[in-house]
Design a protein around this ligand. Structure first.
Ligand code: SF4
Ligand code: SF4
Length: 406
């Protein structure tokens, strides 16, 4: 470590700009709009996070509790870590035309999933950043660890501390200049980099570091996101009950969507952007230059009927390299069926007849619900015909409940 410090001193002297600045410059070149650095130190919000899990707000995401010990300190992920580099990549592309966004026969996909899988895009860029640091710090025993979304680190805490923005009442990290349409990532390094810590964060009180970012922006008295949420999932400022959140229901939940929440999901078939769309800070968002995040053909408000009878082969081919594959065919078609039920158009009945005979019980059950929402004689006939041959208890219950509503 002595050798490492000596080498860092030499590099700074020679280049007269800090390593933090060099890393920020290289990260900007690689497409990260926001970059900041904090010391690798124990989390200050872990207890709050623990309370959130204990309240049941994580729903069935059991892995969040399993990861708790690792989230306590980034040094659990890289023992020799000295700094956390927080990075944010803009994924704002364009707005869905109003006529498509409000067409109940078309599904809405969260904008983060319109293009290529961000994990792949960001991991590749971080590989270049790590390579840059390795070259800059050659002969110093440099080590690092890259974290993209799935790593157990309380990333918004470190991003806020590093001056990238503040955590809004909708729980997203918001930048005062450009809003919240950002993917977050981190690189842990064993190098004691100059911090960009914001001075008003508890840890940063006192001397303002040379590269500190002055904190700007806040939610103030605004409550737009809380009021706009269709399921009242933001139960208090900055407290999200995942069990009610449409993003959780359509992506993370692997089983049936609770019946009482289905009508509130409208035509949202993968994720939900409502609490970000209403945020006034997002009126400042500028489109990203990252072409990978622009909508793939058919991902901007696809017709529900073009999705509902996809085979596994068609699903895998259509969503290869897309974040949508996370829901798997069964989860994605479940969401599409909820949207069809909310659409309520008789034109969907032939497609629903096929879905009622799907191999996957989750799909059959939600198809029954959708048929029940549409109603009419044909709907009753379809449900009774399926009931006569159905052997899965969960699906039988869905059919019986759908018939009872008719
Ligand atoms: Fe509510 Fe949608 Fe935001 Fe979840 S993502 S909190 S459902 S507005
Ligand atoms: Fe904060 Fe208002 Fe944005 Fe919600 S909508 S995150 S309250 S500024």
């Amino acid at each position: 470590m002595l050798q490492l410090h000596k080498k860092l001193g030499e590099i700074r002297l020679q280049q007269k700009i800090s390593l933090t600045q060099q890393i920020q410059t290289r990260a900007h070149e690689l497409g990260f709009a926001l970059v900041g650095v904090t010391p690798a130190a124990q989390s200050q919000t872990l207890q709050r996070y623990r309370d959130w899990i204990e309240n049941g707000y994580a729903g069935k995401m059991d892995y969040l509790e399993k990861h708790l010990p690792l989230k306590e300190d980034p040094r659990r992920l890289l023992a020799e870590a000295k700094s956390v580099i927080s990075l944010a990549m803009n994924y704002y592309t364009l707005d869905t035309p109003e006529s498509l966004a409000t067409d109940p026969g078309c599904g809405q996909i969260s904008r983060y999933a319109w293009g290529d899988d961000y994990h792949d895009v960001i991991r590749e860029r971080l590989r270049h950043l790590v390579e840059f640091m390795r070259c800059t710090l050659s002969e110093t025993g440099y080590t690092s660890r890259v974290c993209v979304d799935t790593a157990p680190i309380l990333e918004r805490e470190y991003a806020q501390k590093a001056g990238l923005g503040w955590i809004g009442k909708n729980t997203n990290l918001i930048n005062w200049r450009s809003g919240s349409w950002y993917f977050l990532a981190e690189v842990l390094v064993n190098v004691p980099l100059e911090s960009t810590e914001v001075p008003d964060f508890p840890v940063g009180r006192g001397t303002v570091p040379r590269h500190a970012t002055l904190p700007r922006g806040s939610c103030g008295t605004c409550t737009r996101c809380i009021e706009a949420c269709p399921t009242d999932a933001i139960v208090a400022p900055n407290v999200l009950d995942s069990r009610l959140c449409i993003s959780y229901l359509t992506i993370e939940l692997k089983e049936s969507v609770p019946m009482e929440l289905r009508p509130k999901m409208g035509n949202l078939i993968f994720g939900c952007d409502i609490c970000q769309e209403v945020c006034p800070w997002n009126s400042k968002a500028m489109p990203t230059t990252e072409q990978a995040f622009y909508p793939r053909a058919g991902n901007l408000a696809p017709e529900l009927l073009s999705l509902v009878n996809m085979t596994q082969v068609e699903f895998s081919s259509r969503f290869k390299g897309s974040p949508i594959k996370r829901a798997k065919r069964r989860g994605f078609l479940r969401n599409v069926l909820v949207a069809i039920g909310n659409w309520g158009a008789r034109a969907a009945l032939p497609a629903l007849k096929i879905a009622l005979a799907d191999d996957e019980p989750l799909i059959r059950g939600h198809a029954a619900w959708a048929v029940g929402q549409i109603g009419g004689e044909t709907a009753v006939r379809l449900l009774k015909t399926r009931l006569a041959v159905e052997d899965e208890p969960g699906v039988i219950t869905e059919i019986q409940e759908a018939l009872a509503r008719l």
